[in-house]
Design a binder for this molecule. Structure first.
Ligand code: ATR
Length: 292
């Protein structure tokens, strides 16, 4: 029998269906990012915003699962924790972070993972390829979902000392305790004391929303950081926050936040479309224009 495909027996594969769930969802840049890659790699599929009202969350997720409406989706606010109850399998990184931002669905089973730690590290590597985790005590400002992924990433890479400062001290204590088994010494600083370790810090990471367009500025003076220190702001609108502008003026090593958003999308895209996409200049320009 010939294995040549004829026009009659050729069945085109179903298009891949993916999206991002959240509420509200209009602000999400994910459709632009994934749409760019679908076009760039000439793939058969689509990626769409899926707004789910909290009152409809349970029935919508169950329907997505049972009716195979999607091959997978990203998860954004406020559902990164709630979705975990619906996953049949959760990757250990996501379990430790306590949040899922990416779901793949195969044969009616949902698998959850968290790609924020990957995104944080890939972006850091891009800006500071030789970053020496073991010899760079880190200061993490904030203790929300992003901070949890970042503390995970830092511990995983062998950071020995991590300071966490958060407005609400109990959240920082909780975070420190959750990651106390990962090999780093994690200390909590009060929010008012957030600058007191600056002389020994090798990397400052702002994970709070302070400095974002429309929010208050982050009050943080970089003048007593050592000349080799890195300053990473995960806020990407504006691209150069006051924190990064100060750091740039002092010639410290700066890491802007847009790349974390772009890199965290890559493993998700690969899970659904089978291609690990690149963060290339066209994409960076497109997303910078949309975000800033
Ligand atoms: P994400 O998932 O993006 O990390 P989040 O969980 O809402 O978002 O966390 C936001 C972080 O910004 C928190 O650390 C928050 O501090 P609290 O835990 O005290 O709420 C921090 N943050 C937000 N507004 C702040 C402000 N005005 N001053 C200091 N910290 C602020």
């Amino acid at each position: 029998m010939s294995d040549q495909t004829t026009a009659e027996n050729h069945v085109a594969p179903d298009p891949v269906k993916a999206g991002v769930i959240g509420y509200p969802i209009g602000h999400s840049l994910s459709p632009l990012i994934h749409g760019h890659w679908i076009d760039l790699y000439g793939l058969n599929g689509r990626y769409e915003p899926i707004q789910i009202d909290p009152k409809d969350f349970d029935q919508t997720i169950l329907r997505i699962k049972s009716d195979r409406l999607y091959d997978g989706f990203n998860v954004t606010l406020p559902y990164k924790e709630a979705i975990m109850d619906y996953c049949d399998d959760i990757h250990k990184t996501a379990q430790k972070i306590g949040a899922v931002n990416t779901v793949s669905i195969k044969n009616g089973k949902m698998k959850g993972r968290n790609t924020d730690a990957f995104g944080f590290l890939a972006n850091l590597k891009n800006f500071i390829p030789d970053f020496d985790f073991a010899n760079a005590p880190a200061l993490v400002l904030g203790a929300g979902g992003a901070a949890r992924a970042i503390v995970y990433a830092l511990c995983d890479k062998g950071t020995k000392t991590i300071y966490i400062a958060n407005r609400t001290a109990e959240k920082a204590e909780h975070l420190a305790s959750d990651f106390s088994d990962m090999g780093a010494d994690i200390h909590v600083l009060s929010w008012d004391d957030r600058q007191t370790k600056n002389a020994e810090i090798g990397l400052v990471v702002n994970t709070t929303s302070l400095g974002m367009t429309g929010k208050n500025n982050l009050v943080f003076d970089v003048s007593d950081l050592s000349p080799g220190a890195g300053v990473y702001d995960i806020v990407y609108a504006p691209l150069y926050t006051d924190l990064l502008t100060q750091a740039r003026n002092r010639n410290l090593r700066c890491v802007t936040g847009l790349g974390m958003l772009l890199h965290q999308a890559r493993p998700a895209f690969e899970a659904w479309f089978g291609v690990l996409p690149d963060v290339e200049n066209d994409l960076i320009n497109k997303i910078t224009k949309a975000a800033c």
